[in-house]
Design a protein around this ligand. Structure first.
Ligand SMILES: Cc1ncc(COP(=O)(O)O)c(C=O)c1O
Length: 293
C-alpha cells in the first residue's frame, strides 16, 4: 500500500502525470525515515527537515505536521513487515513544461515503505571499503532534493568496485559521502565536518553527536582535509539506513589498522542501545494511545 495525494492505493494503481515537475525537472524534495518495530525513529526531526527543504525550494507544504504524522503512521500500519524505510517526496506539481514556477499548482505527494535493510552484524564487525571523488554537486546540498543525478553518478563509482560509499572532497576538504555523512577519528577524538550548504544535515549525524556528548566522547567540529581522512585512525559513515558503519579501506589503502576501531564500536553499541530505548518508548506510547481510545 502506498500514498498518493491523499489516497491509499496499491502501488500498481499509483499513477503520476508525465508533466509532473518531479519527473521533468527533479523539482521536488524527499525524506527517508527508518522505522523499527513500527516505531518511526526521529519522526519530528525528519518532518522538520522536510519543512525546511520545502521552504528553501518554495514548494507549498500541503499538510500540517499532524497530518504528515497521521499519513506516515497509516503507511507504516499498512505494511506486513515491522522494520521499514518510509520514503516520501513532495514535488512542485503538474504543469506545462516551463522552468519558472507555475501558478496555483497542487504539490504531488507520494509515500511508500519498504523493508528496512541495515548492514548485518557481521558486516558491521568487518567494515567496508570506499572510493574518493571530487564533490562536483551543486552548492545547496543542505536541501534534500530529489534531483539526485550528481549523487547517483558519484555512488556508482564505488558501487562498481563493490564499495559501500563514495567519500567526497571539495577543494581538498571532506564534505560527506554520496548518500551519508562522514566522521573521522584521530587520537581518540571524533571530528565532524560542520553543517552548512555543502552537506545534508543528517538526522543520524545529530544522533551521533548527541550520543558522543552524552557519553563524554571527545568531539570536534571543523574542516577535515583529505590528508586527515587518509591518515585517520577511523572513518565512519552515517545515514538512516546504514546507521553508523566503519570504512576500513579508502581507494585500496587501509584506514587505521583495517578494522572498525574502538571509538566506532562504542558508538555503534550506543546507537543500538538508543534505538532500543526509542522503540520501547514508542511501544509504550502506542499502548497508552490504544488504552485511551
Ligand atoms: C547526501 C546525503 N548525506 C547524508 C545523508 C544522511 O542523512 P540521514 O542521517 O538523515 O539519513 C544522506 C541520506 O540519505 C544523504 O543522501
Amino acid at each position: 500500500m502506498v500514498f498518493l495525494n491523499g489516497k491509499f492505493l496499491q502501488i500498481e494503481d499509483a499513477k503520476v502525470s508525465v508533466l509532473d515537475r518531479g519527473f521533468i525537472f527533479g523539482d521536488g524534495v524527499y525524506e527517508v525515515i527508518p522505522v523499527y518495530s513500527r516505531v518511526p525513529f526521529r519522526l519530528d526531526e525528519h518532518l522538520a527537515r522536510l519543512e525546511r527543504s520545502l521552504s528553501e525550494t518554495a514548494i507549498r507544504n500541503p499538510y500540517s505536521r499532524a497530518q504528515w504524522r497521521e499519513f506516515i503512521f497509516r503507511v507504516i500500519d499498512a505494511q506486513p513487515f515491522e522494520d521499514q524505510g518510509v520514503y516520501f517526496q513532495v514535488t512542485r506539481g503538474v504543469a506545462k513544461r516551463d522552468h519558472a514556477f507555475p501558478k496555483n499548482v497542487e504539490p504531488t505527494v507520494f509515500m511508500m515503505s519498504n523493508p528496512l535493510v541495515n548492514p548485518p552484524a557481521e558486516q558491521v564487525q568487518k567494515g567496508g571499503s570506499a572510493v574518493s571523488a571530487k564533490d562536483n554537486r551543486w552548492l545547496r546540498c543542505d536541501i534534500k532534493s530529489t534531483s539526485l543525478i550528481g549523487n547517483c553518478l558519484l555512488r556508482q563509482l564505488s558501487a562498481e568496485t563493490g564499495g559501500a560509499e563514495t567519500i567526497l572532497f571539495r577543494d581538498g576538504i571532506l564534505t560527506e559521502a554520496s548518500a551519508s555523512n562522514v566522521f573521522i577519528v584521530k587520537a581518540g577524538a571524533i571530528r565532524c565536518p560542520p553543517k552548512g550548504n555543502l552537506i545534508l544535515p543528517g538526522i543520524t549525524y545529530d544522533v551521533v553527536v548527541e550520543l558522543a556528548r552524552a557519553n563524554a566522547m571527545p568531539l570536534e567540529f571543523g574542516d577535515v582535509t583529505e590528508a586527515e581522512v587518509r591518515g585517520a585512525d577511523e572513518v565512519w559513515v552515517s545515514s538512516s539506513s546504514k546507521e553508523v558503519f566503519a570504512i576500513v579501506e579508502l581507494d585500496g589503502r587501509t584506514i587505521g589498522d583495517g578494522r572498525p576501531g574502538p571509538v566506532f564500536l562504542r558508538m555503534y553499541q550506543l546507537y543500538q542501545e538508543f534505538k532500543q530505548k526509542v522503540m520501547r518508548a514508542g511501544a509504550r506510547d502506542k499502548r497508552r494511545e490504544a488504552l485511551s481510545t
